[in-house]
Write a protein that binds this ligand. Sequence first.
Ligand code: SF4
Ligand code: SF4
Length: 451
Amino acid sequence: MAVAVEAQGNLLRLAGYSGHDVPEDDLLRACVHCGMCLPSCPTYRLTGQEMSSPRGRLWLMKSVADGRLDLLDPIFDEQMYQCLNCRACEAVCPSGVHYGPLVEAARSQLEQHRPRPFWQRAVRGLAMGWLFGETKRLRALVGGLRFYQRTRLDRAVRRTGVLRLLRMEELEAMLPPVARRALVPGRERWTADDGGRSVRLFNGCVMGTVFADTNRAAARVVARNGAAVDLPVGQQCCGALHVHAGMMDEARTLARRNIDAFEASGDDPVVVTAAGCGAALKEYGYLLKDDPDYADRGARFSARVRDVTEYLAEGDLVPPPRAVRRTVTYQEPCHLVHAQRISTQPRKLLRAVRGLTLIEMKESSLCCGSAGVYNLIRKEMADDLGDRKARHAIETTATEVITANPGCAMQLRASLGRNGSTAHVRHVVELLDEAYGGPRTKPAVGGESRR
Ligand code: SF4
Ligand code: SF4
């Protein structure tokens, strides 16, 4: 492992790290070890171990930087990937430690230098690089899933017990009924009732396919509030999954393609329905900061990005005419509340719906355990967090759990089902759409079992 220290611009390349995407020294040094982040950290709360806390992980990153710990030490690897990258620590840190980019750079270092078996590299390359690298491919795969569900092949397969054998039962339990039609950029647009405004909808990969009806609900609600909506052609996955997995080159390729697609469509706000995508899109400026062709363009693009709840709450919401007499609770996606600091806006929108009773659950902003693909690769801890979240939701007696991110929605669906709840899981905009009289779609996700 290299131990030389070299200056490169204003970025100090640190001993122990090499190659691209090195945890930045000034971000690491911002931590004053006060420990105020510890109670907010889900992994610290579950394990009670200092090493599994933000402060402990920052100490490990610094130790590698200073050459006191080998980058390939198993403890370093374990802790960088045990972290959920939920960024709850960032939101409470009095020193403003920008934790997200640090853990992402540390993972990138591991991806660059850690030897991996061939099959692991092949699976990652196929899933993350090939499948998520081109939206058309994901649409084709989701088309297959739609066929699997609609022909009831899923029930037949379940009866054979093969899913249990392959340990895929839980994975299937997360999957909601796939939308009848994918939303394809350029094929659908929504005109505003009045007003001359317009916005561009970021479609995303999972949102534009599995949750396409949620995106359509968002478009109807935005149009009802005075802005025409269309989807620029050429847009791709946001790259959030790649950033979280330390696959920064793949994330940058996707970011450049999205910037090209949205620049061609003017300066209108870019509205996003997935908290994870929104957080990633708002950080394109940082992701591309060393790219002379895209650094400024990335920052300009990021400044246009709004979560759909943020966008709608900025103005005076047109009062929804229909009452929705139901009790709901709200689960805060980490990448909305911690990474984007959006917390009051979704609640403001929910309170605008007549007849709706909102009961707050305990620990609404504690991670549900989804965290990208964390619930697939770190099942035990993800299940603990999911069960905790489900218990809090059940305590409220709500018949719907409202959220704003597809990963949370799928994790909640599986966790509620596992804990015996039949509560549905829906996006904020689906509820609003119903209150505006939009099609009463079957809840896109729900704790109800399909068995
Ligand atoms: S990350 Fe922030 S809150 Fe946590 S120990 Fe460091 S300075 Fe304190
Ligand atoms: S990102 Fe979340 S899990 Fe990771 S250290 Fe911070 S609070 Fe803990």
